[in-house]
Design a protein around this ligand. Structure first.
Ligand code: FE2
Length: 378
């Protein structure tokens, strides 16, 4: 869009090109329009008017129709083919007063057709109307362009904001992931450290985490809890860090005093984990994974739902793995034997030790226990 032209139409005097091969008619019209306050340029041939308009476009053309070489209709057609000129209104002034001539004038792009001899008041009124219309159109175009520019600028700003926000979100997600990995590694390292005072238990801690997750999922606990228990159940024996290595590595029966010390790994584990909110599940597991549903467990002899669900789940997960795993004093049981011991009891392990809901979940998912044990064997 040609802003300079628009401004010319909106501000200052409107500029009119008058083209007529009859000098007298040209002069009269020029004087009358000048008197009405317009800037007027008079041409007695079409070519000259066309060439000047191309360099310095007016706001309106008043064209005679009958002219030698290039008549008014032809000049109008030429103007309508040029960007920057084609929007300029053209009014024909002609002595040709037939409907065909008038229609032709509109067909080639004229906005009006005034028949000679004309009254100047008529010319003045029509010129004024079309100039105002043109000014209004130019103003509208200018406002639309400003609006479009504003919208484009604002859109670009918003896109930049969105891009920046995306980058921040990506960086934040990366940092969260890094922190999560560091958190997980710390837990894993701590759990591994506790094994120093235990028998060589291979992937015992990882398997207990996996079994606990299988049970939690079957119990329809939410997915965040399932992931948390998978990770934090591996801390169940972290209290063994406090115990004398001989107690957990002893192959024979523990003395009364040793048994008391052994039981203390639960409370010691809770102390090590502490009260951090992120480790609440691990804390409860360390403290209660040896409690039993019938109240015969330790360290507090809790029963039933006094035992947190984390402890009830991990108790069964831990027993399953302990039964499956070989020790210096025993071979490991296979899956079927382990299943029987847990679900029917063997005198030492009893079904009533377990939360009935957890036991039911175990029965329903025991195939997954076998798969996970094989996968994490070693
Ligand atoms: Fe334990």
């Amino acid at each position: 869009m040609d802003i300079s032209r628009t401004n010319n139409a909106i501000q200052g005097k409107a500029k009119i090109f008058v083209v007529d091969d009859v000098q007298e008619a040209l002069t009269i019209l020029r004087l009358l329009l000048l008197r009405s306050g317009y800037e007027v340029f008079a041409f007695n041939n079409s070519i000259e008017a066309y060439e000047v308009a191309a360099l310095n476009p007016p706001d309106m053309f008043l064209l005679d129709v009958n002219m030698p070489e290039i008549n008014g209709y032809e000049l109008c057609c030429m103007l309508k083919r040029v960007p920057g000129l084609k929007e300029i209104p053209v009014i024909f002034l002609s002595g040709l007063n037939t409907p065909e001539h008038k229609i032709r004038g509109f067909e080639v792009g004229g906005v009006d057709y005034i028949v000679k001899p004309y009254s100047f008041e008529e010319v003045q009124a029509r010129v004024k109307t079309h100039i105002r219309l043109r000014q209004a159109e130019a103003l509208l175009r200018q406002q639309n362009e400003l609006l479009e520019m504003t919208v484009l600028e604002r859109t670009a700003e918003l896109q930049n904001d969105i891009e920046e926000r995306k980058l921040v979100e990506i960086e934040l997600a990366r940092q969260i992931e890094t922190t999560k990995e560091a958190f997980n590694n710390t837990i894993y390292t701590l759990a591994r450290a506790a094994e120093v005072n235990d028998e060589d238990t291979g992937n015992h801690i990882l398997r207990v985490g996996e079994f606990a997750a299988i049970l939690a999922m079957r119990l329809h606990l939410d997915s965040d809890f399932v992931e948390a228990i998978r990770l934090q159940a591996i801390l169940h024996d972290v209290g063994k860090l406090h115990a004398h290595p001989d107690i957990f590595k002893k192959s024979g029966k523990l003395t009364e005093e040793e048994f008391v010390k052994m039981k203390d790994h639960t409370s010691a584990g809770a102390k090590i984990i502490g009260s951090d909110k992120k480790l609440t599940i691990g804390y409860k597991i360390a403290l209660t994974h040896h409690e039993k549903w019938d109240g015969s467990g330790y360290p507090a002899g809790l029963r039933g739902e006094q035992i947190p669900i984390e402890g009830r789940i991990t108790a069964l997960a831990d027993i399953y793995d302990a039964l499956r795993s070989p020790r210096t004093y025993k071979d490991g049981f296979d899956h079927d034997a382990t299943y029987s011991i847990i679900t029917e009891g063997d005198g030492r392990t009893k079904p009533e030790h377990f939360d009935p809901a957890v036991l039911k979940a175990f029965k329903e998912t025991s195939g997954l226990f076998e798969e996970a044990y094989k996968k994490l064997q070693g």
